[in-house]
Design a protein around this ligand. Structure first.
Ligand code: FES
Length: 299
């Protein structure tokens, strides 16, 4: 049973732009029936290079059908360059959120579009297939380093489990987990450098956004490496005033001394690097991410 928003249900029950465009300019296919999800996207351009018609044939679950439907609505009327800027996050946001374990459905539409554009431009294979130096990291699901890097970067992912939810990599034998960890560390490290904040001025006050960014940065740099060294991980769930809500992952989730880790490592570092009046609590209801206040439907 999955909880779906009203928008997901609407696009699932009444999918837009279903089928195939006649005499298409571009055709892209991703997934396979054996894996449970398969998409075929076809589009036609007008004289100005805008997508005048786009259709998708989708075999998959409610999330896959709804994500495909939204993608066609989001890219109609756009140039190919503009369409390529639509991310899986845009699709999920438009739908009012998707269950974390279903986020890969929002990624598949994006991949089908890329494959169709590659086809239009005369490339035989989809760009996510081993082109431009991409290397398959997860052989169980044929997922490349570039695909993993993209979902990590665009969705700010910090754990292997999340990567599996977003692109299936790591969901089989587990042999690729070490490589996925390395990609996460590299991308998150680069993001921290890009977003590094100037230290607050003496006596100056952090804005709410600065505070949240500094908390995330401190967790990334000061806390996560220590937990990873022992097979664990941590996720920032929310910040409410001085309360920082976190969730432990991996080994830390079952650790008997997680309370100690929370106080003596996480809270201590946040007080040292962000603000002395912060306190940390563990998220116990397991609800990560925001899905707005949409009514949820169980399917
Ligand atoms: S190689 Fe990635 S799960 Fe098996």
């Amino acid at each position: 049973m999955w909880e779906y928003t009203d928008k997901v249900m609407d696009h699932f029950l009444n999918p837009r732009n279903v089928g195939e465009v006649e005499n298409p300019d571009g055709v892209g296919e991703v997934g396979s029936l054996a894996c449970g999800d398969a998409l075929k996207l076809t589009f036609k351009l007008d004289k100005k290079g805008r997508i005048t018609d786009v259709k998708l044939k989708t075999f998959g679950c409610a999330s896959a059908i709804a994500s495909s439907s939204v993608l066609t609505e989001l890219i109609k009327g756009k140039t190919l360059e503009e369409a390529m800027k639509v991310t899986n996050r845009d699709i999920a946001d438009y739908l009012g959120g998707l269950p974390e374990q279903k986020m890969h459905c929002s990624v598949m539409g994006q991949e089908a579009l890329e494959a169709a554009i590659a086809n239009y431009r005369g490339h035989a294979a989809a760009p996510h297939d081993h082109e431009h130096g991409a290397r398959v990291v997860c052989t169980c699901f044929g997922v490349t380093d570039q695909e993993i890097e993209r979902v990590v970067r665009e969705n700010d992912l910090t754990t292997v489990e999340q990567v599996t939810n977003y692109c299936k990599a790591g969901g089989g034998c587990g042999g690729c987990h070490g490589e996925i960890e390395k990609i996460i560390e590299r991308v998150q490290g680069e993001k921290v450098k890009e977003q590094r904040l100037p230290p607050p001025r003496k006596g100056g006050k952090l804005t709410t956004i600065q505070k949240i960014q500094l908390i995330q940065q401190t967790i990334n740099e000061q806390v996560r490496p220590a937990l990873r060294a022992h097979g664990g991980n941590i996720e920032l769930i929310d910040v409410e005033g001085n309360k920082v809500l976190i969730a432990f992952r991996g080994m830390c989730a079952q650790c008997k001394i997680s309370e100690f880790t929370m106080r003596e490592v996480v809270e201590a570092k946040l007080r040292e690097f962000v603000a002395p009046d912060l306190y940390v609590e563990e998220d116990t209801d397991g609800v990560a991410g925001s899905e707005g206040h949409e009514h949820k439907n169980n399917v």
